[in-house]
Design a binder for this molecule. Structure first.
Ligand SMILES: CC(C)(COP(=O)(O)OP(=O)(O)OC[C@H]1O[C@@H](n2cnc3c(N)ncnc32)[C@H](O)[C@@H]1OP(=O)(O)O)[C@@H](O)C(=O)NCCC(=O)NCCS
Length: 183
Protein backbone atom coordinates (compact mmCIF):
# COMPACT_ATOMS: atom_id res chain seq x y z
CA UNK A 1 0.00 0.00 0.00
CA UNK A 2 1.32 3.45 -0.89
CA UNK A 3 1.08 5.70 2.17
CA UNK A 4 2.63 8.69 0.41
CA UNK A 5 -0.61 9.67 -1.29
CA UNK A 6 -2.85 11.60 1.10
CA UNK A 7 -6.47 10.61 0.54
CA UNK A 8 -7.75 13.94 1.70
CA UNK A 9 -9.27 16.90 -0.06
CA UNK A 10 -8.70 20.54 0.72
CA UNK A 11 -12.17 20.70 2.27
CA UNK A 12 -11.37 17.77 4.56
CA UNK A 13 -8.39 19.63 5.89
CA UNK A 14 -10.54 22.46 7.11
CA UNK A 15 -12.53 22.72 10.28
CA UNK A 16 -15.95 23.95 9.31
CA UNK A 17 -16.12 26.86 6.92
CA UNK A 18 -12.83 28.37 7.92
CA UNK A 19 -9.40 26.78 7.62
CA UNK A 20 -8.77 27.58 11.25
CA UNK A 21 -11.17 28.12 14.04
CA UNK A 22 -10.38 29.93 17.21
CA UNK A 23 -12.82 29.18 20.00
CA UNK A 24 -13.60 31.66 22.69
CA UNK A 25 -14.84 30.19 25.97
CA UNK A 26 -18.21 31.90 25.57
CA UNK A 27 -18.81 30.54 22.04
CA UNK A 28 -22.49 29.92 21.22
CA UNK A 29 -23.04 26.29 20.24
CA UNK A 30 -25.75 23.61 20.40
CA UNK A 31 -23.30 21.89 22.71
CA UNK A 32 -23.51 24.84 25.07
CA UNK A 33 -20.79 27.15 26.15
CA UNK A 34 -17.92 25.41 27.88
CA UNK A 35 -18.51 26.29 31.55
CA UNK A 36 -14.82 26.41 32.36
CA UNK A 37 -13.06 29.67 31.85
CA UNK A 38 -9.58 29.61 30.49
CA UNK A 39 -7.16 32.32 29.51
CA UNK A 40 -5.83 29.92 26.90
CA UNK A 41 -7.26 29.41 23.43
CA UNK A 42 -6.23 26.98 20.74
CA UNK A 43 -6.94 26.75 17.03
CA UNK A 44 -8.00 23.51 15.39
CA UNK A 45 -6.93 22.50 11.89
CA UNK A 46 -7.38 19.30 9.96
CA UNK A 47 -4.48 16.85 10.37
CA UNK A 48 -2.49 15.68 7.36
CA UNK A 49 0.31 13.28 6.48
CA UNK A 50 2.87 15.89 7.59
CA UNK A 51 1.62 15.45 11.18
CA UNK A 52 2.63 11.77 11.30
CA UNK A 53 5.63 12.23 13.60
CA UNK A 54 3.79 14.49 16.05
CA UNK A 55 0.84 12.09 16.19
CA UNK A 56 3.12 9.07 16.65
CA UNK A 57 4.85 10.80 19.58
CA UNK A 58 1.51 11.47 21.25
CA UNK A 59 0.12 7.98 20.57
CA UNK A 60 3.23 6.32 22.04
CA UNK A 61 3.56 8.62 25.05
CA UNK A 62 3.48 6.36 28.14
CA UNK A 63 0.65 8.28 29.86
CA UNK A 64 -1.47 8.28 26.70
CA UNK A 65 -0.76 4.58 26.21
CA UNK A 66 -1.79 3.79 29.78
CA UNK A 67 -5.07 5.66 29.28
CA UNK A 68 -5.90 4.15 25.88
CA UNK A 69 -8.21 1.28 25.09
CA UNK A 70 -6.03 -0.04 22.26
CA UNK A 71 -2.42 -1.23 22.10
CA UNK A 72 0.55 1.08 21.54
CA UNK A 73 1.04 1.33 17.75
CA UNK A 74 4.18 0.33 15.89
CA UNK A 75 5.58 2.83 13.36
CA UNK A 76 4.15 0.72 10.52
CA UNK A 77 0.78 0.37 12.24
CA UNK A 78 0.67 4.11 12.85
CA UNK A 79 1.29 4.85 9.15
CA UNK A 80 -1.60 2.59 8.14
CA UNK A 81 -3.82 4.10 10.86
CA UNK A 82 -3.10 7.67 9.70
CA UNK A 83 -3.66 6.84 6.04
CA UNK A 84 -6.98 5.13 6.83
CA UNK A 85 -8.00 7.88 9.23
CA UNK A 86 -7.47 10.65 6.67
CA UNK A 87 -9.54 8.67 4.16
CA UNK A 88 -12.39 7.98 6.58
CA UNK A 89 -15.37 10.32 6.01
CA UNK A 90 -16.85 9.37 9.38
CA UNK A 91 -13.73 10.46 11.28
CA UNK A 92 -12.23 13.87 11.93
CA UNK A 93 -8.66 14.32 13.13
CA UNK A 94 -7.78 17.85 14.16
CA UNK A 95 -4.48 19.25 15.38
CA UNK A 96 -4.77 21.80 18.19
CA UNK A 97 -2.26 24.60 17.92
CA UNK A 98 -1.15 27.33 20.28
CA UNK A 99 0.08 29.87 17.77
CA UNK A 100 2.10 27.79 15.33
CA UNK A 101 2.95 25.12 17.89
CA UNK A 102 1.02 21.84 17.85
CA UNK A 103 -0.13 21.09 21.40
CA UNK A 104 -2.67 18.30 21.01
CA UNK A 105 -4.89 16.16 18.85
CA UNK A 106 -8.66 15.67 18.67
CA UNK A 107 -10.36 12.66 17.14
CA UNK A 108 -14.10 12.55 16.47
CA UNK A 109 -15.81 9.39 15.18
CA UNK A 110 -19.36 9.74 13.98
CA UNK A 111 -21.53 7.05 15.60
CA UNK A 112 -24.95 8.44 14.57
CA UNK A 113 -26.23 11.26 12.37
CA UNK A 114 -25.60 13.92 15.01
CA UNK A 115 -23.43 12.04 17.51
CA UNK A 116 -19.72 11.32 17.70
CA UNK A 117 -17.23 9.90 20.14
CA UNK A 118 -14.53 12.35 21.17
CA UNK A 119 -10.97 11.58 22.13
CA UNK A 120 -8.30 14.14 22.94
CA UNK A 121 -4.63 14.00 23.77
CA UNK A 122 -2.54 16.93 24.93
CA UNK A 123 1.19 16.84 24.18
CA UNK A 124 3.10 15.89 27.37
CA UNK A 125 4.97 19.20 27.48
CA UNK A 126 1.69 21.17 27.30
CA UNK A 127 -0.29 19.42 30.04
CA UNK A 128 -1.72 21.13 33.14
CA UNK A 129 -1.72 24.51 31.41
CA UNK A 130 -5.37 24.68 30.32
CA UNK A 131 -4.81 23.27 26.83
CA UNK A 132 -7.22 20.34 27.32
CA UNK A 133 -9.87 22.78 28.54
CA UNK A 134 -9.30 25.05 25.54
CA UNK A 135 -9.48 22.05 23.19
CA UNK A 136 -12.86 20.96 24.57
CA UNK A 137 -14.17 24.52 24.12
CA UNK A 138 -12.90 24.52 20.53
CA UNK A 139 -14.57 21.16 19.88
CA UNK A 140 -17.88 22.58 21.16
CA UNK A 141 -17.64 25.16 18.38
CA UNK A 142 -16.26 22.93 15.61
CA UNK A 143 -18.34 19.76 16.05
CA UNK A 144 -21.72 21.34 15.14
CA UNK A 145 -20.20 22.60 11.88
CA UNK A 146 -19.70 18.90 11.07
CA UNK A 147 -23.33 18.25 12.12
CA UNK A 148 -22.43 16.81 15.51
CA UNK A 149 -24.37 18.11 18.51
CA UNK A 150 -23.90 15.14 20.85
CA UNK A 151 -20.46 14.11 22.06
CA UNK A 152 -19.58 10.89 23.85
CA UNK A 153 -16.30 10.31 25.67
CA UNK A 154 -15.22 6.86 26.78
CA UNK A 155 -12.82 7.26 29.68
CA UNK A 156 -11.04 4.54 31.63
CA UNK A 157 -11.93 4.52 35.36
CA UNK A 158 -8.22 4.98 36.11
CA UNK A 159 -8.06 8.19 34.05
CA UNK A 160 -8.83 10.64 36.82
CA UNK A 161 -7.35 13.61 34.93
CA UNK A 162 -9.63 13.10 31.94
CA UNK A 163 -12.73 12.48 34.07
CA UNK A 164 -12.15 15.75 35.89
CA UNK A 165 -11.45 17.62 32.67
CA UNK A 166 -14.60 16.41 30.91
CA UNK A 167 -16.80 16.91 34.00
CA UNK A 168 -15.55 20.48 34.37
CA UNK A 169 -16.30 21.04 30.67
CA UNK A 170 -19.97 20.14 31.12
CA UNK A 171 -19.98 16.43 30.29
CA UNK A 172 -22.20 14.17 32.40
CA UNK A 173 -21.36 10.60 33.38
CA UNK A 174 -24.22 8.53 31.93
CA UNK A 175 -22.86 5.09 32.79
CA UNK A 176 -19.56 3.68 34.03
CA UNK A 177 -16.77 4.93 31.79
CA UNK A 178 -19.07 7.01 29.56
CA UNK A 179 -19.38 10.81 29.62
CA UNK A 180 -21.78 12.71 27.36
CA UNK A 181 -22.62 16.25 26.34
CA UNK A 182 -25.24 17.80 24.07
CA UNK A 183 -28.41 16.49 22.48
C1 LIG B 1 -6.30 14.29 30.25
C2 LIG B 1 -5.60 15.40 29.47
C3 LIG B 1 -6.26 15.54 28.10
C4 LIG B 1 -5.76 16.72 30.27
O1 LIG B 1 -5.27 17.81 29.48
P1 LIG B 1 -4.66 19.12 30.17
O2 LIG B 1 -4.32 20.09 29.12
O3 LIG B 1 -3.55 18.71 31.07
O4 LIG B 1 -5.90 19.62 31.03
P2 LIG B 1 -6.08 21.08 31.69
O5 LIG B 1 -4.76 21.71 31.97
O6 LIG B 1 -7.02 21.85 30.83
O7 LIG B 1 -6.78 20.70 33.08
C5 LIG B 1 -8.16 20.84 33.29
C6 LIG B 1 -8.57 20.08 34.53
O8 LIG B 1 -8.41 18.67 34.30
C7 LIG B 1 -7.99 18.04 35.53
N1 LIG B 1 -6.64 17.48 35.36
C8 LIG B 1 -5.82 17.63 34.29
N2 LIG B 1 -4.70 16.91 34.48
C9 LIG B 1 -4.82 16.33 35.67
C10 LIG B 1 -3.98 15.45 36.42
N3 LIG B 1 -2.77 15.04 35.96
N4 LIG B 1 -4.41 15.00 37.62
C11 LIG B 1 -5.62 15.38 38.10
N5 LIG B 1 -6.47 16.22 37.44
C12 LIG B 1 -6.07 16.67 36.24
C13 LIG B 1 -7.95 19.14 36.59
O9 LIG B 1 -9.21 19.17 37.23
C14 LIG B 1 -7.71 20.38 35.75
O10 LIG B 1 -8.16 21.54 36.36
P3 LIG B 1 -7.15 22.35 37.33
O11 LIG B 1 -5.88 22.52 36.55
O12 LIG B 1 -7.86 23.63 37.62
O13 LIG B 1 -6.94 21.48 38.53
C15 LIG B 1 -4.08 15.13 29.32
O14 LIG B 1 -3.54 14.83 30.59
C16 LIG B 1 -3.75 13.99 28.38
O15 LIG B 1 -3.61 14.19 27.17
N6 LIG B 1 -3.63 12.76 28.94
C17 LIG B 1 -3.29 11.56 28.14
C18 LIG B 1 -4.37 11.16 27.12
C19 LIG B 1 -5.76 11.08 27.73
O16 LIG B 1 -5.94 10.59 28.85
N7 LIG B 1 -6.73 11.53 26.96
C20 LIG B 1 -8.13 11.51 27.32
C21 LIG B 1 -8.81 10.32 26.71
S1 LIG B 1 -10.55 10.60 26.67
Amino acid sequence: MDHRVPVVSAADREVGDAPRLRAAPDVRSPLGACPMTTARAVTLRGAGPEDAAFLFRLRTDPVTAAMSFGPVPTAEGHAVWLHDTLANPERRLWIAEDGETPVGVVRLDRVATTAATVNITVAPEARRMGVGTAMLAAIDAAAPVWGVTHLVAEILPTNEASQRLFAQAGYTRTRPGVWEKGR
